[in-house]
Ligand binder design. Sequence first.
Ligand SMILES: Cc1ncc(C[n+]2csc(CCOP(=O)(O)OP(=O)(O)O)c2C)c(N)n1
Ligand code: SF4
Ligand SMILES: [Mg+2]
Length: 292
Amino acid sequence: MTPLSVKPVASTWCPGCGDFGVLAAVKKALIEVQVPQHEAVLVGGIGCSGGIHNFLEINGIHALHGRLLAQAVGVKLANPKLTVVAAGGDGDGYAIGMGHFIHAFKKNASILYIVMMNETYGLTKGQASPTAPIGFEGNVEPPFDAILTALSLPAHNFIARTFSGDPKTMTAVLVEALRFNRANQGYAFVEDLSPCVTYNDTFKDWRERVLDVSKLPGYDPTDRKVMFQLCLDTMEKGKIPIGVMHRPAPKTTDSADSLELKLLPDRIGPAVTGIELADNLAAYDKLIKSVT
Ligand SMILES: Cc1ncc(C[n+]2csc(CCOP(=O)(O)OP(=O)(O)O)c2C)c(N)n1
Ligand code: SF4
Ligand SMILES: [Mg+2]
């Protein structure tokens, strides 16, 4: 397999941005899972984070603000053999994109969604996003927690939180998430704590507060109730829970409930059917004759 390589274009990210950790982890994970370059698609959101597809040599789409999940699910249903990653910011996913965020768990297409969470709208110069703490830029609302929300939506999904300060663990989690997708098991959601060093540099604070829940007594990622309680307890102690939060037991292809297997059991989508040249020329001739 040809290794993926970052395109030789100047990055628009600030030096030290947490998104570099995500870029490196995505690249390494795609290589480790051996996704052929032509079968990988990255759908980016709007925001600093959403530009990530520009720095990878794979197929990329820059989606509309908050609509990347709709487009990523569309790509997966057009050709389920593709490995589809959606990646964007917390503003993109949890503000304007919140409707799609919730429905993606229920739809359960086998795509990977990475949210690069920095508590702010980095691209538009540091306003409070839905995950901003009280007091940040005049924010008076409590922060939205994506992992608690994800755990409350029962479906055969993979759920995890990682930290850009630990790209090695992030790579391992992304490898697991991609394997879940490629086995058509369903949707994978990974929130990465990805500090915006320019408008909200949380690297030091988060490094001190992250706590890997897999090291806690009672950790059981097959049990949503246990994991919800474990996360709440961790947060009450002022820590930020990270790690794999939900890892359901694998389903067989016959019993799988991923969207693409329910709609396209043979995994052949419209993008690869009826595309023979002769058939299309004949249809074109017929159309032309019908109007001349
Ligand atoms: C429909 C629409 N509304 C608003 C904007 C302005 N806008 C651009 S990026 C952005 C938020 C970006 O924040 P986030 O998704 O967290 O990405 P980050 O830059 O922090 O990585 C906003 C509101 C837009 N581009 N389109
Ligand atoms: S503004 Fe923030 S999020 Fe955007 S590239 Fe710079 S450090 Fe990263
Ligand atoms: Mg953001």
